[in-house]
Design a protein around this ligand. Sequence first.
Ligand code: PMP
Length: 353
Amino acid sequence: MSRFLKQQYLSLEAYTPGEQPRDKQYIKLNTNESPFPPSEAVINAVNADEVRDLRLYSDPECKALKTALAELYEVSPNNIYLSNGSDDILNFSFMAFSENGVVFPEISYGFYKVFAELHNVSYTAIPLKDDFSIDPADYNVNGRLIVIANPNAPTGLCLDLGQIEGILKANPDSVVLIDEAYIDFGGESCFKLTKQYKNLLVVGTFSKSRSMAGARLGFAIADEELISDLERIKYSTNPYNINRLTLAAGTAAVKDNGYYMDNCRKIIQNREYTTLELEKLGFFVLPSKANFVFAKSEKIGGEELYLKLKANGILVRHFKTEKIKDFNRITIGSKEEMEKFIEVTTKILEGTL
Ligand code: PMP
């Protein structure tokens, strides 16, 4: 840290992303990426012409991609905001909508707390129930920004539409941000409720179900007024926030939605396989609606399993937080990857690895 850093950032605890090792080949089940490549249409869209055009700025209005998304979600392009990864939208939302503070689940995406601290926003981290689910009744906080990942991470547990509507009704003066990074793996998106509730901000990403984590593309769906607030911040920070190649890739991906939804179905099948096999090994596995499972075993500590898997070429995510330190979060990969994961885990438990 230099002596030039502003006082307000001295105690900032930055977010720690999952490991992205470059040293050796791992079966990577630690950052919830897709095991499937982008579709052929996406690969063709990022072509030599697009590369030549990199000399020009990208479209700050992102017209083509907004139009494609608007068609898919049956909203107007004015109901859509696009950004360089959904983390950016979360960041802007904490900047824009947290005048009276913010609440989010105590066990959830670790970035929420970092954004609150970054912007000096008072926050309450609301404990989960004993079964790790979110109790909507805990979110009667009218006026404060409410941020909920649905499905939640790292638990994978999902609220249904009725529960989300309950939170919206109880908090008409709050912006309710539903982070749907993992919604395509079996949950029901609440984007339709944006027509009815002007305080609902639904945030999505191309990083998980659309196989584009490396392209950095996030989107939000909401009433025009909320979207224009986000646009105002974008035009005050970085108007060309999405690069040309990502815009081309994203537009092609939306038009090829069937390919991605097929992949989601395969992930769901692999998730059910993994859950069943882990349960046979005696693991406790939360019923996940995401592309990961959260599991613990009485036979081995969370950190020990994480380290042994890593030593054997498999990366999963372990959090040292007291309440979840016995668990690991395991991204659902291809069938072959999950079979290998189960085989190695079995041997670790037997003591032969
Ligand atoms: N929300 C949740 C719940 C996440 O787990 C992630 C991925 N780490 C994000 C948002 C951010 O995704 P991205 O910035 O890649 O769109």
